[in-house]
Design a protein around this ligand. Structure first.
Ligand code: CAA
Length: 280
């Protein structure tokens, strides 16, 4: 938590005791942006490799923020300038067997990350490789530094992506490119990633975090029920046939007419004033 944070007591209560965390830092509110949290993967000596304990802390921290109505958007980043995350922890992976992977079931955390309702923005500097690329792709938007590198190099370890890479990268950039990247382990520069639609925008390296926090603040300023409904509907686009996706969108559009914020938004427009959102 930020020491000077006015909502420190609330934040501590909702995100657990920071003293228990070794690999993840939580700042809420983040750097003067009300309603925005900053979560930092803090293992720079291993390029923020996603060990199982780290992934557990990260999932717990994000779920706690997701359950806090004061938190309207989250920025996820990696400590240092060299990596967002360089993948799963290869030293830890080297000791696994199909039995340990099945019994310990650490990978279930990836399903939990997918279910977060709060918009999640990755601020990526340096390597986002393997599980790091998969983590960036679980996020709803990616702000990439000019020095960012994306890729799924697992093939070079005799593996394939195990946390969604074959599916999400293919959906994001198409089969032909995804095949090339996953079958050769080549990485994509930030500019290439932008050209193929993998990232939201590319920014100067030193501006990455600020740009991501500003984007998060703009989302956080929107009516929260509509934000949740929009995120859910957009994510359905990858999963549902068009007809079912359109139906889902229409029902949520209709449902929002039961909200105070819908009335406030349309009334404020007609009265030519700024709306005030209640989140109801
Ligand atoms: N796991 C564990 N440690 C890692 C790591 C990883 N994924 N990536 C980097 N590190 C460690 C290195 O071992 C090294 O530690 P030491 O100083 O103790 O030796 C430190 O971080 C710095 O790394 P490098 O010396 O390799 O730095 P570099 O600048 O020469 O290279 C790099 C950077 C190209 C990112 C390189 O570190 C690299 O290729 N990392 C592995 C990338 C990778 O293969 N990721 C996929 C992992 S498998 C996976 O993610 C499966 C899945 O889908 C869930």
């Amino acid at each position: 938590m930020t020491d000077s944070s006015p909502s420190e007591a609330t934040s501590r209560a909702s995100t657990g005791d920071p003293a228990d965390r070794r690999f993840v830092r939580v700042d809420f509110p983040a750097d003067g942006r009300d309603q925005v949290a900053l979560v930092t993967i803090d293992r720079p000596e291993a390029l923020n490799a996603l060990s199982f304990p780290l992934l557990a802390e990260l999932t717990d921290a994000l779920e706690a923020l997701d359950g806090d109505p004061a938190c309207r958007a989250i920025v996820l980043t990696g400590a240092g300038e060299r990596a967002f995350a360089a993948g799963a922890d290869i030293k830890e992976l080297a000791e696994q067997t199909p039995v340990t992977l099945t019994v310990d079931n650490h990978f279930h955390r990836w399903e939990r990350l997918k279910r977060l309702r709060t918009p999640l923005i990755a601020a990526v500097r340096g390597a986002a490789l393997g599980g790091g690329c998969e983590l960036a792709m679980v996020c709803d938007m990616i702000v990439a530094a000019e020095d960012a590198q994306f890729g799924q190099p697992e093939i070079r370890l005799g593996l394939i992506p195990g946390a969604g890479g074959t599916q999400r990268l293919t959906r994001a950039i198409g089969k032909a490119k995804a095949m090339e990247l996953i079958l050769t382990g080549r990485t994509l520069s930030a500019r290439e990633a932008d050209a193929h639609g993998l990232v939201t925008k590319v920014v100067a390296a030193e501006a990455t975090l600020d740009e991501a926090l500003d984007l998060a603040a703009r989302v956080a300023a929107m009516p929260p029920l509509a934000v949740i409904a929009a995120k859910e509907a957009i994510l359905r686009a990858d999963e549902l046939p068009l007809e079912a996706g359109l139906e889902f969108e229409r029902r949520n559009f209709f449902l929002l007419f039961a909200s105070d914020d819908q009335r406030e938004g349309t009334t404020a427009f007609i009265e030519k004033r700024r709306p005030t959102w209640s989140g109801r």
